[in-house]
Design a protein around this ligand. Structure first.
Ligand code: PLP
Ligand code: COI
Length: 343
């Protein structure tokens, strides 16, 4: 694949696709310690055929974004939260912690080195950053790998869901994404491998993605394949599911705070029963890649439950989106420590 050329990109129509940018960060764990790590130009990894990532899925990743402000500065949104979640994911798979401050430092190095690829302010584009740790080395037994790689690469992206901030319909899945005491809370590859077939089924039926129900009884909403769920009740409470098998979304926790402190809504993390959707006047899916994807309706057992509208964004969802993206792009005052400059 040819290296990406920033001068040839159509910033207004980026989509969500891999590009081979000039630089990525790579560090190795060997003999019980991490190397300092460095920026490299090669986008390929040369690893043992016996690497635990290949057979047993011993790997964790993150997703965060860099934003260009109207003043042409570049900033990150809550990278410390991604560092912390990455730490938890690695711990769950018995991988060595990568120090959280070094994680943020590596992210900043990669953004700086690829600064030409941070889309201009006003295009809606951002630089999506993908930190990743994998178990490598010569070992066939089911036990933690003898060596690890930590890498951070990036690519400019637009909307994750086609249509971005226009309502889309979702359908419930018969499958589970993760078990309650499984790895749902960790950002690990196996959860996403498990989601490929349900996503394909949903997409073949014309839905943006599926909504998973709780793996115990299939009665409560968990989350979508790549985003958490929220609903706005008729009496203005921002409600989002609480479950041990969903990914603790940085965006979701940010919206919970903004809903309460900036929009004056009530907030609740609790059960969201699939047969009680008419408590909500609006609903959405939220995440780093998805930002806020307004949910037009959810299909369940052949019935489509429409929230606000299948074509128009509800006013509360719009306000949440404006507040969140305003903070991310630096046009709305950020709560303390939510943004970090990359300079
Ligand atoms: N849920 C899943 C399964 C995800 O992959 C993501 C994306 O990271 C999210 C939720 C949203 O999390 P965040 O807001 O931290 O990006
Ligand atoms: C993210 O929002 O960062 C995600 O990880 C979603 C998806 C691209 C896996």
């Amino acid at each position: 694949m040819a290296k990406a050329d920033a001068s040839k990109l159509d910033w207004n129509n980026l989509g969500f696709a891999y590009m081979d940018l000039p630089f990525r960060f790579l560090a190795t764990w060997k003999d019980g310690k991490w190397s300092d790590g460095e920026l490299t130009e090669d986008n390929t990894l040369h690893i043992s055929e016996a690497s635990t990532i290949l057979h047993y899925g011993q790997g964790a990743f993150e997703g965060l974004k860099a934003y260009r402000t109207p003043e042409d500065k570049i900033q990150l949104f809550r990278p410390d939260q991604n560092a912390k979640r990455f730490h938890n994911s690695c711990e769950r798979l018995l991988m060595p912690a990568f120090p959280e401050d070094k994680f943020v430092e590596a992210v900043k190095k990669v953004v700086k080195a690829n600064a030409d690829f941070v889309p201009p302010y006003g295009t809606g584009g951002t630089l999506y950053i993908r930190p990743l740790m994998i178990g490598v080395g010569d070992q066939i037994g089911v036990s933690p790998a003898p060596e690890y790689l930590f890498t951070v690469f990036a690519q400019p992206v637009g909307a994750y869901f086609k249509g971005g901030m226009t309502p889309m319909n979702f359908t419930t899945s018969q499958y589970d994404r993760a078990a309650h005491k499984g790895t749902g809370e960790a950002k690990v590859g196996g959860n996403y491998a498990a989601s490929l077939l349900p996503h394909q089924n949903a997409s073949q039926k014309g839905f943006a993605d599926c909504v998973y129900l709780d793996p115990v009884e299939h009665r409560k909403i968990e989350e979508a394949g790549a985003a958490n769920f929220f609903g706005i009740t008729k009496d203005d409470v921002f409600v989002t599911p609480k479950s041990p098998s969903i990914l603790p979304s940085v965006t979701k926790y940010s919206l919970l705070w903004l809903a309460e402190h900036r929009l004056g809504l009530g907030t609740e993390q609790g059960d969201v029963y699939i047969d009680q959707l008419d408590r909500f006047k609006e609903a959405g899916a939220c995440g780093t890649a998805a930002v806020i994807a307004p949910i037009g309706g959810i299909e369940h057992n052949g019935d489509l439950h429409v929230f606000y509208s299948e074509t128009e964004v509800g006013p509360v969802t719009q306000k949440l989106y404006d507040e969140l993206t305003g903070i991310q792009f630096g046009t709305v005052e950020a709560p303390e420590n939510w943004v970090q400059q990359v300079d």
